[in-house]
Design a protein around this ligand. Sequence first.
Ligand code: PLP
Length: 461
Amino acid sequence: MKNFRSEAHRLADWIADYLENPERFPVLSRVRPGAIRNALPSSAPDAGESFEAIFSDFERIVVPGLTHWNHPGFFAYFAITASAPGILAEFLSAALNQQAMLWRTSPAATELEDVTLSWLRQLIGLPDTFEGVIYDTASISTLHALAAAREAAIPDVRARGLSGRFEPAGVRVYCSEHAHSSVDKAVILLGLGHDAVVRIPADAEFRMRPDLLAAAIDGDRAAGRLPLAAIATVGTTSSTSVDPVADIAALCQPAGIWLHIDAAYAGVAAMVPGYEWMLRGAEHADSLVVNPHKWLFTPFDLSVLYCRRMDVLRQAFSLTPEYLKTAEAEAGVRNLMDTGIQLGRRFRALKLWMILRHFGAEGLRAALAEHMRLARVFAGWVDASDRFERVAPVPFSVVCFRLKHASDADHARLLDAVNASGEVFLSHTRLDGRYVLRLAIGNLATREAHVRRAWDLLNIL
Ligand SMILES: Cc1ncc(COP(=O)(O)O)c(C=O)c1O
C-alpha cells in the first residue's frame, strides 16, 4: 500500500467517529439473509484495487450488515465493550504480528501474558496456586480444562486413547441443567461420548443442587462408572445464577473429581467489593475460565483459563518436534505452545495489559458496579409493573423477565418489535419451560437513559 500513513489516519478518524457515535447505526442489522453475499463479486479481483475503492465498499456493503455490539443499546446475550485502549492494542498487535509459540518467537508476548494474568488473578481473588493461560474463547478454555481432567483421571490416555477402555459403564462429567453447551462440545470432542454429560437439576433459583450431584456421583460409582469432572457455573448463560462452588468443591476434592468453574461472564465481578462470595471455594477448584472479552471491556477475543494443575495440562499437550527445540526451553522458560492445541499464538495479552493499566482496578470496579446498578434499576421497574414480572434474581447485570399472562408467540412478537426499532437489541431464553426476555448490560457507553428507552419501548410496543 503506497499511502499507508494517510490511509491509517483516515481509518483512525473513521474509528474514532464510530466509537463516539455508534448510535447512528441500527444496533441490530436490518439486512436480509444473502444480502451481503449477493452484493459482492463471486470471485477475487484479478488486478489489485485501491484502498479507496475497497473502503467505499466496506461502508456501502459491509457496514449495513453489521450488528453493533459496541452500541450502548446492545442488551442481548452478554453485552460487551471493545474499549479504546483495547482497540489501540489490537492496532499494535496487528502491526507487530507477534506469533508467540515459543518464548524466543516473542519474549514480550510470553512474559506479558504471565504478568497480566497474575494481575487479573489477584483482582478476582484467586490464590497464586493458579497459573493462567490465554485462549480465544471460553469454549476452548473449557475444552483444555476437560482435556487436563481426562489426562489426570485416565492412566496413559495420551498414549493409548480411550477406545474400548470404559465400556460398558463409561465416564461421567457433571454440570447443572443450566451449564453452557460448550461443556457438551468439549466432552464430545474429547471422545468421552455425549452420554457422559450428566446434567444435575437446579433449585428454584437455577443453581445446581449439590445433594443431587452427590447422589449422582454415588450412583455412578456404584455402577462402576468413572466420575471424571464437574463443572460449576458462576453466572449461567440464561439467568446468571451462581452454582454453590464451595459445596461442589467439598464433594469433588476428596473424590478426586476435577472441578472446573465456568465463570466466563461473571468471574470479573469478583473484583467488586461485596461480590467476593461468588468465588468462595474456588481455591479448591482445579481450573476456572473467565472471559475478559465478555465483561472486562476487551475487544473480542480473549479468554483466560486459570489452572491449579498446569503440569497436567502441559502433560496433555506438550509435544516438541526437533525444529521447535530451543536452549532456553531446556533452561525452563515457558513456551506457550506447551499449554494448548494451537502452535501459533496471537499477542492477546497486550490488550488486557493496556486495559488493566488504563482503567486501573478502581475504574474497572466502578464500571462493573454501575452496570449492576443499572440492572437493579431495570429490575425495579419490572417489579413495579402490572404488565411484566421478573423470573430470576439479578445477581449481576442481567435481568430475566416476561409478560404476565402472555403466550410464547406474544413474547416473540414483542421482542421483534422492540428490536426492529434499531435503538435497542434484547434476546430471549427459556427458564422452567417458559419463554423469557433478557436484558443484559455490559457496554461502557450504556447510560440509564438507554436502559429507560428499552423499558419504554417494551411498554409502548
Ligand atoms: C457461561 C458461559 N460459558 C461459556 C460460554 C462460551 O463463551 P465463548 O463464546 O467465549 O466460547 C458462554 C457464552 O456466552 C457462557 O455464557
